[in-house]
Design a protein around this ligand. Structure first.
Ligand SMILES: CC(C)(COP(=O)(O)OP(=O)(O)OC[C@H]1O[C@@H](n2cnc3c(N)ncnc32)[C@H](O)[C@@H]1OP(=O)(O)O)[C@@H](O)C(=O)NCCC(=O)NCCS
Length: 167
């Protein structure tokens, strides 16, 4: 079954939540350990679609198997900054889908006026860091004990990518 990368739609909400929840429950990669309740996720997806936000999903046979989003900060002086969140179900990692998702999101973020894209990643998440570096992100800082999983501290890396201003 082939996987397609498409902008998120309201019909994806339930499956997107299941995918996000599965990756969160690995308690290794994401800052959150479980997804928010479905009604909250439906609300976020509705707003995201209405706003034309940079949020894409990888879909296989109507099931979301991965996502990437870049949401802008809300406050005036930092509204040009967007934060990356992404993940794939384990069986779909290491096949280039992350690159496709991030690339689609970066194009959309740029057209939405985001000129600085930032993220935070656990320092030992080599695959994610490799993907971000390949897409042009630079390391900005090492945050000592930036994340805590099950009582164990991990350093995290802050990375950013400056996008060309389309204005
Ligand atoms: C991080 C993630 C989104 C990357 O997507 P992906 O589709 O698996 O990544 P890609 O297949 O595009 O591979 C990225 C690069 O890492 C390399 N790579 C693959 N497996 C690797 C591993 N175990 N260790 C180091 N590098 C690895 C690939 O070779 C590729 O580099 P290349 O194109 O130069 O060869 C995905 O692996 C994932 O969901 N991981 C768990 C959740 C997560 O980490 N989210 C991000 C939190 S900041």
């Amino acid at each position: 079954m082939s996987v397609v990368v498409v902008p998120i739609a309201e019909s994806h909400a339930e499956s997107f939540r299941a995918c996000l929840d599965a990756v969160a429950r690995e308690k290794k990669y994401l800052a959150q350990f479980e997804a928010l309740p479905l009604d909250r996720i439906r609300g976020f997806v509705r707003e995201s679609v209405a706003a034309g936000a940079a949020q894409f999903v990888a879909v296989e046979d109507s099931r979301v198997v991965g996502w990437c989003d870049i949401f802008p900060a809300w406050a005036d002086a930092i509204r040009h900054c967007g934060h990356v969140g992404m993940g794939l179900l384990p069986a779909h990692r290491g096949r280039g889908l992350g690159r496709q998702l991030l690339s689609a999101c970066l194009d959309k973020a740029r057209s939405n006026g985001i000129t600085r894209v930032e993220l935070e990643v656990r320092a030992d998440n080599e695959r994610a860091i490799k993907l971000y570096e390949r897409m042009g992100f630079s390391r900005e800082a090492l945050k000592r004990h930036g994340m805590r999983f099950g009582g164990e501290y991990h350093d995290s890396v802050q990375m950013s990518l400056i996008l060309e201003d389309e204005a």
